[in-house]
Design a protein around this ligand. Sequence first.
Ligand code: SF4
Ligand code: SF4
Length: 114
Amino acid sequence: MKNFGFYIQPDSQIDFDNNNRNLAALVSQREPSFDWCIGCGTCTATCTAGNFTGFNFRKVALLVHRGENEQALQEVEKCMLCGKCNLACPRGVNTRNVVASIQKIFSRYQNLVY
Ligand code: SF4
Ligand code: SF4
């Protein structure tokens, strides 16, 4: 193929009608502060695991809200549940409990979130 010096990005449309958004609803039920997240990224900037694994809570929250659950599961396993991000969040989101809830929901209700 001819090299034009640029390439076309793969399609990244989010199909909200087909994505399974049960996980987002279940997480909000267990930890209502999940809905307060504005995606500012402060938690990610202070994340202990992020220094070693590239873990990104902001990305996880986005994936869960979009219903991209499989990708979210791969990410949450990297969290050390240290709770440092809880102290940094300007919106008071209980980030640690959100991650713990996602892990629990995946282990107990896999049939609902896939
Ligand atoms: S710091 Fe709080 S509001 Fe900002 S992205 Fe993290 S959880 Fe969301
Ligand atoms: S609880 Fe998880 S997301 Fe929060 S700072 Fe610790 S390792 Fe990072």
